[in-house]
Write a protein that binds this ligand. Structure first.
Ligand SMILES: [Zn+2]
Length: 253
């Protein structure tokens, strides 16, 4: 769900509508309450920096709803945010600190594998292969650092969040931050199906970081940008054709 009503491109407005429908249909927190619940968020206003006219959009990844509502049917299983990077590659910083005993090497391997999956599907180098590791970076701080970290998010139905900051003028993404909710047990679902697969979710969230929105239509449930996940899922590790099509519309084949 996202909470940016201050300034919305036509494409974004469509995405917003779909997100709102999905949220209400699955009993998730209302959009306008989210900023309040997100105590780690830097501000309740969507406008973070008036001087530079930055906007922020939050994508919240929910656990699969208990019953499928049968979302709107569509043949198009990708959705563009209407904003993208123009200065690439993006360098990200991983804070592997977590309360679950995951080794830093596992965390960095899972995240970088997700980044490489997107990189491999376009001629543009999206993510810098030389990422950083820094145990001090946090989710939700607008500092032009693309931070990827774990954290305890209050809503137990929220698996992960990606916040994207972009310029009002030019619609250029300038930063993303990512949070993996430690209310879930993370790991490698290929080894242990009872955990939330870190690479699976990281790949989905990294799709937001480059300008792709969630897809909630159940007819698109196999794509990486499908907006729900659950324990044991690894399907989002690899891209489907729709994910690639959306990616290449922004960054080329
Ligand atoms: Zn998402």
């Amino acid at each position: 769900m996202k909470i940016n009503y201050g300034w919305i491109t036509p494409a974004l407005a469509v995405a917003l509508f779909c997100l709102s429908v999905a949220a209400s249909a699955s009993m998730i927190i209302p959009a306008n309450d989210n900023a309040k619940e997100n105590s780690r968020g830097p501000a309740h206003s969507p406008v973070i920096d008036d001087q530079w006219s930055l906007e922020r959009v939050d994508f919240i990844h929910y656990a699969k709803p208990p019953q499928q509502g049968g979302g709107p049917k569509t043949d198009v299983c990708y959705k563009l945010m209407g904003v993208k990077w123009t200065s690439l590659p993006a360098t990200y910083i991983i804070n592997p600190t977590n309360p679950q005993g995951l080794m830093p090497a596992f965390v960095t391997s899972a995240v970088s594998a997700g980044a490489e999956t997107w990189d491999a599907a376009t001629s543009t180098e999206l993510f810098n292969n030389a990422y950083s590791i820094d145990s001090s970076v946090q989710y939700g701080v607008q500092d032009y650092k693309n931070a990827i970290a774990f954290g305890d998010y209050p809503d137990g139905n929220v698996i992960a969040i990606t916040s994207v900051w972009f310029t009002r003028k030019g619609s250029k993404i300038v930063e993303f931050d990512m949070l993996f909710n430690t209310k879930y047990v993370w790991g490698d679902s290929a080894v242990n199906p009872s955990v939330m697969d870190l690479e699976n979710i990281a790949t989905h969230e990294l799709g937001h970081s480059i300008g792709l929105s969630d897809i909630y239509s159940t007819s698109c449930s196999t794509v990486t940008m499908y907006g729900y996940s659950n324990y044991g899922e690894t399907q989002k590790r690899s891209l489907e054709q729709a994910d690639v099509t959306g990616l290449q519309k922004m960054y080329g084949a």
